[in-house]
Design a protein around this ligand. Structure first.
Ligand code: FAD
Length: 563
């Protein structure tokens, strides 16, 4: 006999990342009765901790900024980069629906995006955009209207906030990075705003000026609250209920007990990847072995991928991750993504033998993949070392190490990983690398850097490399000799910002069974599903852009709506 349900809704969304929340919202707008459940005591998932960037080809926002895109180019570009086992129909669905999704988001929520001249990661490939304008970034948003819900929103990642609490807008990154005119005034203004947010400041460290992923997820939550869509925290999905060929509901844990929820129109799995599940990594993604170094949130343990597999869902590319080089600060529960540091002049990355082995300025995914492969093959890339000189140290940030703040005033955990030597040889001895080898590497790099060339790895040549180089540094914004002691080293690891293989889905976001048939009533989006980017990373925002877009598609499929 079928067991009774404890609750019935039209749509149940599992996971409160950006894709899940947008899906819920589109469903609610079409008058469906929607519920979101999240396992964690905080909402927003990795999405809230992220840059909030979304890769949207052919958007109206970009057009208004003067960039005419071509969807056929975007399709060609992604199709060539994505794994062959990813269906063209899925890529097409993303490319065609991304722009309309963004319009919908901006029409129905307070979230606002600007198109940014952020070159694609493989901009020179056919269909790539050297001008950028496919990556869109959220504008800051006042989080006060969230009321008490702001207290349970995830903080921005320490890699995407200042001092671990102060949110910043992407535009402000450049002002801070180059200390360009007005940077100090801006910093003081933002800090004053933060510290004088009374009486809230006495009760929380949270910055209510929401930016990046906090702005995206905060704006989505505001819109959900307006439509009275409930979000249940500490409600993990444990099982899917399949009756015949249809998923009819789920079993979650609620207040410590099993709780059965029927979903009349569908269940949407939006519960991220298996970022923090060490045994799933060992079994499926040995190239990306470290759960600790993943930037994903601790609650993303692949539960819903396993639940899907248990009822016959197919899976794809489980060996894959959004690879990234990460700094690791002792005591933290995840790696800190390195996006900018590697491209700036006056630093190199070396392996345990003191050799450079890659173009440091390439996208984090490319560098992360190369580090992972190097580690697998030679075992000398985890950690690798960022080597930089006094000038770099005082001009730019290196992961958790901020410029202008003397070494002794850095947090204890940062001092633990920061190594310093009066000479390259002394530094090499301190980090256990052969001194002659590291000296040779630096000397060789310096000869080319002085002329603005890197004959070994061509750093600073590709359009994307220059994105984070220092434009004031000529002739190559990414290259300068490392020659002003003292010299510094900091360990950097092959990590990721989440896994990106998952349940197999079709162009409607429906989960597909082992036999190739869509499983009625079951959808998967975001890192819960196998990405339509395959094992590639075409440009900034290709994880959240598709998560939102397939959330939009799934909700419209379930409700049959055009709203
Ligand atoms: C520092 C940093 C910056 C980044 N910047 C960008 C960027 O600018 N653009 C971009 O595209 N990507 C970026 N990323 C990657 C991006 O954040 C993730 O790939 C994306 O947010 C994943 O979205 P998701 O919806 O799949 O999962 P998440 O946002 O992680 O949401 C999953 C949610 O599911 C919940 N959950 C897990 N298991 C269960 C369960 N059993 N039951 C119920 N709920 C469950 C989790 O608690 C979580 O809240 C960045 C990542 C990091 C770490």
């Amino acid at each position: 006999m079928t067991q009774a349900w404890d609750k019935e809704v039209d749509i149940l969304v599992v996971g409160s990342g950006a894709g899940g929340m947008l899906c819920a919202l589109v469903g609610a707008q079409a008058r469906a009765d929607v519920l979101i459940g999240d396992k964690d005591r905080l909402w927003g998932g990795t999405s809230a901790t992220s840059g909030g960037g979304i890769w949207i080809p052919g958007s109206d926002v970009a057009r208004q900024a003067g960039f005419e895109d071509n969807l056929e180019d975007a399709f060609t570009y992604v199709r060539a980069l994505s794994a062959d086992n990813v269906s063209s129909a899925n890529i097409r669905a993303f490319v065609d629906n991304a722009g309309p999704m963004l319009n919908w988001l901006m029409e129905h929520t307070p979230v606002r995006y600007m198109a940014f001249p952020y070159p694609d990661y493989h901009a020179e490939n056919p269909g790539g955009s050297t001008a950028g304008f496919r990556t869109h970034l959220p504008l800051p948003l006042d989080g006060k209207a969230l009321g008490k819900d702001i207290r349970t929103q995830r903080f921005a990642s320490p890699a995407a906030s200042l001092f671990g609490y102060l949110n910043w807008h992407f535009d402000e990154t450049y002002a801070l990075l180059y200390r360009s005119k007005g940077w100090l005034k801006m910093l003081i203004r933002n800090m004053a705003k933060y510290w004088f947010d009374w009486p809230f400041r006495f009760t929380s460290r949270k910055d209510r000026r929401l930016t990046l992923g906090n702005a995206l997820t905060g704006g989505l939550r505001l819109a959900l609250n307006e439509r009275k869509v409930p979000l249940w925290l500490e409600t993990p999905l444990t099982e899917l209920v399949r009756e015949g060929d249809k998923v009819t509901g789920v079993i979650v844990t609620r207040h410590g007990k099993p709780f059965r929820i029927r979903a009349r129109k569908g269940v949407v799995l939006a519960a991220g990847g298996f970022d923090k599940n060490q045994s799933m990594r060992d079994q499926n993604a040995p190239l990306y072995p470290s759960a600790l170094h993943s930037g994903g949130v601790s609650s993303n343990t692949g539960d819903t991928i396993r639940a899907g597999r248990a009822i016959g869902a197919g899976a794809l590319n489980l060996q894959s991750a959004w690879a990234a080089p990460v700094f690791y600060v002792p005591g933290e529960d995840r790696g800190r993504l390195s996006t900018i540091e590697r491209a700036l002049p006056g630093c190199i990355m070396v392996n345990g033998s003191g050799e450079r082995y890659l173009n440091e300025a390439a996208s984090y995914h490319i560098v992360g993949q190369q580090m992972a492969r190097r580690q697998k093959e030679y075992g000398d890339a985890s950690p690798s070392w960022m080597i930089f000189d006094h000038r770099y140290r005082h001009l730019y940030a290196m992961g958790p190490l901020y410029p202008l703040i003397p070494d002794w005033a850095q947090p204890h955990a940062v001092r633990q990983i920061l190594k310093k030597g009066r000479s390259i040889q002394e530094l090499a001895r301190d980090i256990g690398i052969d001194a002659a080898a590291l000296s040779d590497t630096v000397a060789r790099f310096n000869v080319g850097a002085a002329k603005g060339e890197d004959l070994q790895f061509h750093r600073g040549e590709a359009t994307y490399d220059k994105m984070y180089g220092d434009p004031r540094n000529a002739p190559n914004p990414c290259l300068r000799a490392i020659d002003q002691g003292p010299f510094y080293a900091m360990p950097i690891y092959p990590g990721d910002i989440g896994t990106n293989g998952g349940l197999l889905t079709n162009a409607k976001g429906q989960v597909v069974g082992e036999g190739g048939e869509a499983i009625s009533g079951l959808f998967a989006i975001g890192n819960n599903a196998a990405s339509s980017m395959g094992e590639s990373y075409p440009g900034a925002g290709v994880t959240i852009g598709p998560a939102l877009t397939f959330g939009y598609i799934a909700a419209r499929t379930m409700t049959g709506s055009n709203t």
